[in-house]
Design a protein around this ligand. Structure first.
Ligand code: ADP
Length: 298
């Protein structure tokens, strides 16, 4: 660590802290994720090693770049390029949403980052505004925080999942252990909506409320999902109010979304995971055809 000057703390969590630092030799500003002691705790050790292993293979202009990783006195340090803001800051500064062109350029970059992850069989699993770093000068977006990411290995149930509720796909809320890449796609839809009018699209107050607010807009769960709901002891005795006349996405974003954007959103926010667009298909949607700048053309 002695080759860096610490400029401040930019993030803090259960894992440790993220520090803004300057490389004394090169003057380069970096973000250093410093983990708490990890040597003793086997579970923590395993998850941090997984994060590093995944970060090392990720090389894409829309994914935050790991510059180096080292261990000092039993603690793990990850050094990243520093990015000034996150989508959370953008949303806070624009409580009524951002203009359509900005939604398009940000969504397109997010889709590219996810397409790259999925092509390498990595599911991010925690896509949300805090984890989308943005350089305000040119709106360049970088996906960060692979702390929850998993590589797909056939038929291993994926159980260790706890992530932010508002961006969680219905199958995750229902406790599925055989979900897939489609969970990342769902989050893209939620983010597109939130950027458009500044409001989280599905702001549930609990897990069961989350499932309810999704159905209020999109209509009832699929029969398969309803069966999972009824079988899950966590939801025992709970019934949803009538959702047979949903608000619909068209009504929710009336006059706020161009037709082609709505076409994409409707391809993403599909209850049935297998029927959601893939990242590759998203990138081929007509809405992205005219996207300006940032190498975002597909
Ligand atoms: P956590 O595992 O707690 O979610 P993150 O990797 O998401 O850790 O980092 C926590 C916070 O630190 C982020 O939400 C962001 O605000 C900040 N941060 C992380 N990486 C960078 C970076 N490369 N540049 C600037 N800020 C960063």
């Amino acid at each position: 660590m002695n080759k860096y000057d610490v400029l401040g703390v930019v993030g803090e969590g259960a894992y440790g802290v993220v520090l803004k630092c300057k490389n004394k030799d090169t003057n380069e500003v970096v973000a250093i994720k410093k983990f708490k002691e990890s040597e003793e705790d086997e579970v923590v050790r395993k998850t941090t090693l997984r994060e590093v292993k995944i970060l090392r293979i990720m090389r894409h202009e829309n994914i935050v770049q790991l510059k180096e990783a080292f261990r000092r006195k039993g603690k793990l340090y990850l050094v990243f390029e520093f990015v000034e803001k996150s989508m959370l800051d953008i949303l806070e500064a624009n409580p009524n949403g951002v203009d359509t062109e900005t939604v398009r350029v940000l969504t397109c970059q997010l889709a590219r980052a996810i397409e790259y992850c999925h092509r390498h069989d990595v599911i991010h699993r925690d896509i949300k505004p805090e984890n989308l770093l943005i350089n305000p000068a040119d709106n360049a977006l970088r996906l960060c925080d692979f702390g929850f990411a998993r590589t797909m290995s056939a038929d291993t149930p994926l159980t260790d999942y706890v992530a932010t509720r508002w961006y969680r796909a219905p199958e995750l809320l229902l406790g599925s252990t055989h979900y897939g890449k489609d969970v990342d796609i769902w989050a893209v839809g939620c983010i597109m909506g939130e950027l458009t009018d500044g409001q989280p699209l599905f702001a549930g107050e609990s897990e069961v409320d989350q499932l309810f607010v999704i159905q209020k807009v999109l209509g009832p769960l699929t029969p398969e999902h309803m069966e999972m709901f009824l079988r899950n002891p966590r939801f025992l005795g709970i019934q949803f109010p009538d959702v047979s006349r949903p608000e619909t996405l068209e009504k929710r974003y009336l006059r706020r979304m161009p037709k082609l954007q709505m076409q994409l959103l409707k391809g993403i926010l599909v209850m049935e995971p297998r029927r959601r667009l893939s990242a590759r298909e998203m990138l081929r949607m007509p809405w992205f055809e005219a996207v300006q700048g940032l190498g975002c053309r597909v």
